[in-house]
Design a binder for this molecule. Sequence first.
Ligand code: XUL
Ligand code: CO
Length: 446
Amino acid sequence: MSNIFIGNREYFPGIGQIKFEGGSSDNPLAFKCYEAERMVGAKTMRDHLRFAVSYWHNFCGDGSDIFGPGTRIHPWSEKSNSLDAAEDKLDAAFEFFTKLDVPFYCFHDVDLAPDGTTVAQGESYLSHMVELAKVRQAATGVQLLWGTANVFSNPRYMNGASTNPNFDVVAHAGAQVKRSLDATAALGGKNYVFWGGREGYACLFNTNTQRELDHMGRFLSMARDYGRSIGFEGAFLIEPKPMEPMYHQYDVDAQTVIGFLRRYGLENDFKLNIEANHATLSGHSFAHELQMAADAGFLGSIDANRGNAQNGWDTDQFPTDLHDTVQAMLVVLANGGLRSGGLNFDAKLRRESTSLEDMFVAHIGGMDCFARGLLAANSILEKSSLSRDKKDRYSSFDQGPGAVFEAGGLSLTDLRDHAEIIGEPEQVSGRQESIENMINDHLFRT
Ligand code: XUL
Ligand code: CO
């Protein structure tokens, strides 16, 4: 990948190519563990982790929150014409991707191009920006992990997008998803994401949940059919989240979404994009959500971030918790990797982190955190007895009546008769503490 910036302005002066310097380096602008070409098992770190930078948090978000305006000044947002500003933002984004040396990025339609005041104008702005992005992708080798439509910010979506009670709003959501699918396909996107930001309700009294869920199923089928008709071959991904902004969102968690996809016949084209902070919002752990998705064959991609143990909202902090990343990478490795998915940092700087350098530092920390998680998980799988012990724990189902039970060959009466014959089962320790200690031992060996 060449380290270039296109256009006539450097947006991150003084910051060069971020390099691997190893664990003894004190340089905040260097990788301590992530070494893109290092082999871990059969693949490089780059191919295992497939890192992506999110367009919205870095190049659009400026630190504003509901209590106050932004705190970061973006040199790419100076132009008053919104299309000119979008072009500058694109140059800044590709400079950032290449200096950080990430293979992928992700965007919403309105991150890349201004929304426009009519459907046709929005389409033409987006296709203009797609042509520019295409040139920059070709020049740098950075690829699109996924595209998506922002069908939750515009006030028209206050009661939902595909689940809106007003068909006219559903049609606008269709127009936006169509243009976003066009953009994603044109840029060779590996996946297309649906996060149902306002697909849910604020008040059950005024909501026909059955009809809204049917509408969402219909809408997603139409999007799938359109995507396939224009040659998009990637995976469609649903990103579960239980709440925020709505009181209740339909895509609560992995198991809920998998049930929904099967109910509406979408299981062959759709997978899940699991976000760490959404997992904890739904009362689960990040690893739990990954495991549920992987078990059912629905693990598509990951939005990497973390929440905050003290608050109950989506803080979208950069991942720094090694236990989280080890557990996540154990699931990913056992799954045989992320395939067309990747690790997208759906994470934002704190409002108080006001320097543009902080953007690099935050990503470097997140990348090192997942690289350490990868090394520890790989070491656990290769050198410890974890996989074998887990398998042995279920050995009573590998032969004899246990195997017949799994195959569906026993009745409830057969279970009763077996219980009477064997008497009280032998007690077997789950050895949780021993496993937890072993995981820490491997973490500090990497
Ligand atoms: C919101 C969220 C989104 C999706 C894409 O919580 O995670 O940024 O990832 O719309
Ligand atoms: Co997300």
